[in-house]
Design a protein. Structure first.
Length: 132
C-alpha cells in the first residue's frame, strides 16, 4: 500500500527537480508551478491552473496570517516576472528562490501542524456539555 504524498512532499519533489534546470526562466516557471500547486492542494483550489491574481483571491478566503499570504504572493509575482527577463537568464540567479519558497512552505507546514495540535487539545478538554 503506497501512501499518498502530502502537498509539502509534492512541493519538495518538484522544487528538487527545479534545481537541475539550467535555464533561469524554466527554473522560475517550475518553482512557481510547484508553489501554486502546494497552495492549491493545501487550501483546496486549482493552484496549478491559477494565475498569481487568482491565487491571491483564493488565499484571501483562507485562514492564514497576512504576512504569510503577502510573502507567498510576493514570491509568486517575482517568479512570474522572470518571464520578461532577457533571453538568457542563468539558473544560478534564480536558485536562491528555491530556498525562499522551501522556507515559506516549511513555515506554513509548521503553523498548520501547531494549529492541528491545538485544535486536538481543545477537543480533548471539552466537557460533556460542550460536546453535545
Amino acid at each position: 500500500v503506497t501512501k499518498e504524498k502530502t502537498p509539502a512532499e509534492w512541493f519538495a519533489e518538484e522544487s528538487k527537480r527545479a534545481l537541475g534546470v539550467s535555464d533561469g526562466k524554466d527554473l522560475g516557471a517550475l518553482l512557481s508551478l510547484a508553489l501554486r500547486r502546494y497552495m492549491g492542494a493545501t487550501w483546496n483550489f486549482d493552484g496549478a491552473g491559477s494565475t498569481v491574481r487568482e491565487v491571491a483571491g483564493a488565499l484571501a478566503r483562507c485562514v492564514m496570517p497576512d504576512d504569510e499570504r503577502r510573502a507567498v504572493l510576493r514570491l509568486l509575482e517575482r517568479l512570474d516576472d522572470l518571464r520578461w527577463s532577457p533571453e538568457e537568464l542563468p539558473a544560478e540567479h534564480v536558485r536562491p528562490l528555491i530556498a525562499e519558497a522551501s522556507g515559506l512552505v516549511e513555515q506554513i507546514e509548521q503553523r498548520l501542524r501547531a494549529e492541528a495540535v491545538a485544535a486536538a487539545a481543545r477537543k480533548q478538554t471539552k466537557t460533556p456539555e460542550e460536546v453535545s
